[in-house]
Design a protein around this ligand. Sequence first.
Ligand SMILES: [Zn+2]
Length: 125
Amino acid sequence: MTTNSDRFEGSCHCESVRFTIAETPKWLTDCNCSLCRRLGTLWAHVNIDSVTIDAAKDATISYIQGDKTLAVHSCKICGSTTHWENLDPGESAQMAVNFRLCSTADIGKFDIRKFDGADTWAFID
Ligand SMILES: [Zn+2]
């Protein structure tokens, strides 16, 4: 099916922020937590080393909420949510990219799993 050579590209609406994911996510996550359900994001959880973000340093604004473990980045110009990263770099080698910014064809290649981030913190499929 998919191979390690797969690459997925996406960008925010105004293309100030572009990214490439050089890894095949296992699935895409549709989370119902208070933030994700408002943003409408579809997260691809991948290794930090697999993601290249091509953007000016100040191209995004980051939103940090709750227990302050994550920064959720959105394009400063068009508002598209692009990715989140761990604020403690030692915490995890994972980050997540908003796969909604990839092509619909690429989105169609993956299972979309529903994650109950609002309550049980588990997948509900
Ligand atoms: Zn933009």
